[in-house]
Design a binder for this molecule. Structure first.
Ligand code: NAD
Length: 407
């Protein structure tokens, strides 16, 4: 999907063939074997991946994912999207992504800690605060980042908080980082709803209620929108009048999943995506909007909080339909990497900002990127995804042209 998108945009931008290869293929693909001991004493070896897509604009930056479906191809695609996302937001980074094909839901905290520490130790030659900086993604969180920072710092003999972002505030994390992706998604969804002059109590459906989905939900509910449906990997619930966000919050605090939540009606998770609503927010896994359901969507705004939720084929259907305002993933979920950038800057200068400063800066950068994408789409008579990718890709192409090819 990432390559298909790149090729289509490269054609659209008329990027010469000789330049395409340099811009498209990852600079470094690193796979390490990660042996670790399970609680029952068994030693297992997982493959740990890291892909650093380009090194032209600064260190590489991107999340670390723990999910059974992780493989090197998926990590490479996610790294590539990170490159365009960082360039679109004007951040001095190349894209990266890491991942381990494991199921964190079936692992104990001790197992996750041992796996994370060993993965970090194996990656030490390839990462650093000026080389490659990791962050949480699906299946990883603040605690994972704390273990990574500790493992890296211990070998250096002093604390190096800038090795990861998305770590707890107590050890150098930034205020607002945990909420940044979800609140950014909510901010841009609100911008789109306003632009389309949709009702102030617009109906919102969210797939995935992890870090991104939950903070997007809380933030949108606070702005007066009705969260009428949510799902996670266990089930989906729906209530036309709006789910009670405080009940949902309390349930997740004690149960961590939607299982057992009785504040809404059970609905088939696939059916949830095609219910009438003003905004649909996929905030879980990739390829959930595909050629089977794209023509059935009944939303006015598709806010892509997840990475790669819409397939190439579905994208063509949405373009053809022309009645859905798409906020493409590389724009929609960029709040996370923008505040990660703020965290990294605060770590390097050892001077920290208030939460008000963080969100003020975040909304300014996000608002500018949103306006830029809309302007580009209008000027070139194209869709939002093509416009966003074209802006990101052409910045990287230009940077590579200016730096030149080392002979
Ligand atoms: P998370 O692990 O905190 O939560 C994932 C959620 O998705 C969970 O609620 C899980 O139950 C649900 N889920 C998994 N499979 C599902 C399925 N088949 N159907 C419905 N729900 C399912 O992950 P996250 O950090 O919230 O990331 C979600 C998405 O957002 C990912 O695509 C990630 O790459 C992207 N993203 C995350 C960040 C960030 O800062 N965390 C930043 C940018 C993009």
């Amino acid at each position: 999907m990432a390559c298909q998108q790149f090729d289509a945009v490269a054609d659209y931008l008329e990027i010469p063939e000789v330049v395409r290869g340099r811009v498209k293929w990852p600079k470094r693909l690193i796979t390490v074997s990660v042996p670790f001991e399970k609680d029952n004493g068994e030693v297992v070896v997982y493959a740990g991946h890291r892909v650093q897509h380009h090194l032209t604009l600064g260190p590489t930056k991107g999340g670390l994912r723990y999910h059974p479906a992780v493989d090197q191809g998926e990590v490479a695609a996610l790294a590539m999207w990170m490159s365009w996302k960082c360039a679109l937001a004007g951040l001095p980074y190349g894209g990266a992504k890491g991942g381990i094909a494991c199921d964190p839901l079936t692992m104990s905290s001790g197992e996750l800690e041992r796996l994370t520490r060993r993965y970090t130790a194996e990656m030490i030659p390839f990462i650093g605060p000026h080389t490659d900086v990791m962050a949480p993604d699906m299946g990883t969180n603040e605690q994972t980042m704390a273990w990574m920072m500790d493992t890296y710092s211990t070998q250096a003999g002093h604390a190096i908080p800038g090795i990861v972002t998305g770590k707890p505030v107590t050890i150098g994390g930034s205020l607002g980082r945990k909420e940044a992706t979800g609140r950014g998604v909510a901010f841009l969804t609100g911008r789109a709803i306003d632009l389309l002059k949709l009702p102030h109590d617009s109906r919102v459906i969210i797939q995935g209620f992890g870090n991104v989905g939950s903070y997007a939900a809380y933030s949108l509910a606070k702005q007066g929108y009705r969260i009428i449906g949510v799902s996670d990997h266990t089930r989906a619930v729906f209530r036309e009048g709006g789910l009670n966000i405080n009940d949902l919050h309390a349930h997740f605090q004690s149960h961590a999943t939607l299982e057992g939540f009785c504040g809404g009606d059970e609905i088939d998770p696939q059916e949830l995506l095609i219910q009438p609503c003003e905004a649909l927010i996929p905030a879980a896994v990739d390829r959930v909007i595909n050629d089977k359901n794209a023509h059935k969507l009944q939303c006015k705004v598709l806010a892509e909080a997840a990475n790669g939720p819409t397939t190439f084929e579905a994208d063509a259907i949405l373009r053809e339909r022309g009645d859905i305002f798409v906020i493409p993933d590389i724009l929609c979920n960029s709040g996370g990497v923008i505040v990660s950038y703020f965290e990294w800057v605060q770590n390097l200068q050892t001077f920290f900002w208030s939460e008000v400063e963080i969100f003020d800066k975040l909304y300014r950068v996000l608002g500018q990127a949103f306006d830029q994408v809309l302007r580009e789409a209008k000027a070139r008579q194209t869709d939002h995804r093509t416009a966003a990718l074209a802006l990101g890709i052409s910045k990287v192409v230009e940077a590579k042209r200016l730096r030149g090819l080392f002979p």
